[in-house]
Design a protein around this ligand. Structure first.
Ligand code: NAD
Ligand code: IPM
Ligand code: MN
Length: 345
């Protein structure tokens, strides 16, 4: 199912459709509305009907949601609330956010080439718990004081299941997992560290586990990012660290993600970037993050690893030939960038 969403979402999903037609024409494609587009049409950023259709599909590919038009809307009706409801409704608790530096983009990073050359990190972000969903939360008044608050809370099963995924992913890579939290100041962080340590004793055969405070990890990511292989983080720290990791690879327009739930349930695939209101409608967005999200869907939900390999290689080959959108210092439009990838295929 395709959910283009808002801003540049429909622009990048249009390019994905061209690749679906080319690489997997037998797939049955459905489309739906999410985010501001759904709010404008139905008064809610995610209808139950759309969620049910998403649940009945094999994979869901989302463009992006949000934009200035809906900033004043009540929080539970905002486009972002639709995305959170979709993640929760699909129960996709493990968000895989690879930060991979394509050889051709080594010089696009704001860091020195030698710091990012060969970079290949996988951030595993817990996606359906933590401070994003904890209650109580609100903005109210108590004892004459106006206040705003959220609750950072994790339960044992929530940490165990995402840790298990991080260990499985690490076993297919170098075997190293770095778990990040703020156990020095937060009880939920201390609990996170205890639970990950316990899970490691029970389920972590062959995995080399280390721990780091999230602030130190943010610093180490720009000082010496190649020390990391798999980074395991909660919902909020994983959100922040994955945007930071994006810039190591040249542009946030390059980063895909896969969100996975229990075996046999549909995965949710989306670029890490947002709806980019500043460039929406201009036809200049980088489609690579969306195209690589489709690549992850082929791999993780649709059992088409060989096609995924070919698509990944074609993105690399197009970049090698100098294909660049504006965010990468080039001149190509969204469509021309896809043309270059299709030519490389
Ligand atoms: P953003 O990712 O939309 O944009 C940040 C910067 O990166 C902008 O300068 C933008 O032009 C640029 N950029 C992003 N994607 C690009 C691409 N594919 N090609 C070229 N340049 C690109 O983040 P923001 O500005 O903080 O948020 C804008 C809106 O998007 C907000 O409403 C936010 O809540 C929402 N958002 C949605 C998602 C999502 O749908 N998964 C993710 C992040 C932010
Ligand atoms: C992301 C975004 C979302 C998040 C928002 C839009 C709800 O920033 O996918 O990284 O915070 O998870
Ligand atoms: Mn984010």
């Amino acid at each position: 199912m395709l959910l283009p969403g808002d801003g540049i979402g429909p622009e990048v999903i249009a390019e994905v459709k061209r690749l679906v037609d080319l690489l997997a024409p037998d797939l049955e494609i459905e489309e739906g509305l999410v985010g501001g587009a759904s709010y404008d049409a139905h008064g809610t950023p995610l209808t139950d009907e759309t969620l049910q259709r998403a649940l009945a599909s094999d994979a869901v590919l989302l463009g992006a949601v949000g934009g200035p038009k809906w900033v004043g809307t009540a929080r539970d009706k905002r486009p972002e609330a639709g995305l959170l409801a979709l993640r929760k409704g699909l129960d996709v608790f493990a968000n895989l956010r690879p930060a991979f530096c394509f050889p051709a983009l080594v010089s696009e990073s704001s860091l020195k080439p030698e710091v990012v050359e060969g970079l290949d990190i996988m951030i595993v972000r817990e996606l359906t718990g933590g401070v994003y969903f904890g209650t109580p939360r609100g903005i109210d008044e108590k004892g004459g004081l106006r206040r705003g608050y959220d609750t950072a809370i994790y339960t044992h099963p929530e940490i165990e299941r995402v840790t298990r995924v991080a260990f499985e992913i690490a076993r297919g890579r170098s075997g190293r997992v770095c778990s990040v939290e703020k156990s020095n100041v937060m009880d939920s962080g201390l609990f996170w560290r205890q639970e990950v340590t316990l899970a490691h004793a029970e389920l972590g055969a062959g995995v080399d586990l280390s721990h780091m405070y999230a602030d130190a990890c943010a610093m180490e990511l720009v000082r010496a990012p190649k020390q990391f292989d798999v980074i395991l983080a909660d919902n909020l720290f994983g959100d922040i660290l994955s945007d930071e990791a994006a810039m190591l690879t040249g542009s946030i327009g390059m980063l895909p993600s896969a969100s996975l739930g229990a075996e046999g349930t549909p995965g949710l695939y989306e670029p890490v970037h947002g709806s980019a209101p500043d460039i929406a409608g201009k036809g200049i967005a980088n489609p690579c993050a969306a195209i690589l999200s489709f690549e992850m869907a082929l791999r993780w939900s649709l059992s088409r690893g060989k096609v995924a390999d070919a698509l990944f290689a074609a993105v690399g080959a197009a970049l090698d030939k100098g294909a660049r959108t504006k965010d990468l210092g080039g001149e190509l439009s969204t469509r021309e960038m896809t043309d270059a990838i299709i030519a490389a295929l």
